[in-house]
Design a protein. Structure first.
Length: 326
């Protein structure tokens, strides 16, 4: 089958070739209804842009765990396929309207880019760890947050802990609505597991900017909490610090498990136990989904990636010391 052209799309839609060209290059002077009709025809005919540029749009360009462990593999995979990856933040989205772009990968967890994408752009979009799952025509690659928190909670219960706290950002009911939904998923699953075992699910230390960490978790310790789960990738280190300030030994007096980032785990003592996002798989699947869309594969699906289980010596049975590190 020969590749479709702008003339083919013009013939199907009834618009001029110049209008089709402006719509597919994301020019701003095309009505949304016209853009959607042209985009639908382009997808049906298998039209492909000749651009070799792919945008990666991040919440900000401040270094994060994703840069070393997801962005670098993404760039390498796409480069081997003949594409160039360009990074921008949310303020650079408008650049799409001025440049020829083959596809976009989004990590804009706060922006909701996926909610208006199909109305404004005709470019393939893949979202990483955002709330984009199940939006029509948009692929998502998501870390399995529920699986990770469930495994940590069940592990601590299996060790004999009955009062388990959860610590981290965005832990108030409804505080994650529309953004950072993975934090809310982790909290919800933690509470579901605790309730399923007939245990209290309200030992929650909700972190805010400027909080004094030791003061935040002390009330839970005073109520007999013997283990904590860190709800974010930096929460484990914060817990270890706060417990040291309070003079509590880990894991003899208090066990700690957490989500963790690869570059910080090596600085923790005791060595943290918990889970870690499978960044290489997230990157590989995001690249594949985008390249498939660019190539005209019409199947749109979401991919859920289970996290890695990481063994350390920060968790043990109540009153005992962990005796293995792997």
């Amino acid at each position: 089958m020969m590749a479709s052209s702008l003339k083919d799309i013009a013939g199907m839609t009834g618009y001029s070739v110049s209008t089709v060209s402006r719509a597919l290059s994301n020019a701003v002077n095309v009505r949304p209804t016209v853009r959607r009709k042209i985009a639908a025809a382009a997808r049906e005919l298998g039209y492909r842009t000749s651009s070799s540029r792919i945008f990666l749009i991040c919440e900000s360009l401040v270094p994060s765990i994703y840069y070393d462990h997801a962005v670098a593999p993404l760039a390498q995979i796409l480069r081997s396929a003949g594409y160039t990856l360009e990074l921008t933040d949310r303020h650079g989205v408008e650049l799409i309207e001025d440049r020829s772009v083959a596809g976009v990968i989004s990590m804009m967890v706060f922006d909701g880019l996926e909610r208006y994408w199909g109305k404004q752009y005709t470019i393939p979009l893949v979202c990483i760890n955002t709330s984009a799952a199940h939006f029509d025509g948009i692929c998502s690659v998501m870390n399995d947050d529920g699986d990770g928190i469930r495994r940590m909670t069940e592990y601590l219960i299996g060790l004999g802990h009955r009062k388990i706290g959860i610590f981290g950002w965005f832990l108030w009911p409804g505080s994650c609505s529309g953004a950072n939904q993975y934090y809310e998923t982790r909290l919800n699953v933690f509470q579901q597991v605790m309730r399923a075992h007939g245990l209290r699910d309200d030992f929650i230390a909700a972190r805010s900017e400027g909080d004094e960490l030791a003061a935040l978790i002390k009330p839970l310790l005073d109520q007999g909490v013997t283990a904590f789960i860190g709800n974010g990738e930096d929460a484990g280190l914060e817990l270890l610090y706060a417990l040291r300030v309070l003079g509590r030994r880990v894991p003899e007096e208090v066990s700690v498990m957490s989500w963790m980032s690869p570059q910080f785990r090596c600085f923790a003592w005791p060595v943290l136990s918990g889970v870690m996002q499978n960044f290489s798989e997230i990157a590989a699947n995001a690249a594949k989904l985008l390249l498939d869309q660019i190539a005209g594969v019409r199947e749109v699906r979401d991919v859920i990636i289970p996290p890695h289980w990481i063994s350390g010596n920060s968790a043990a049975a109540p009153g005992k010391k962990a005796d293995t590190v792997s």
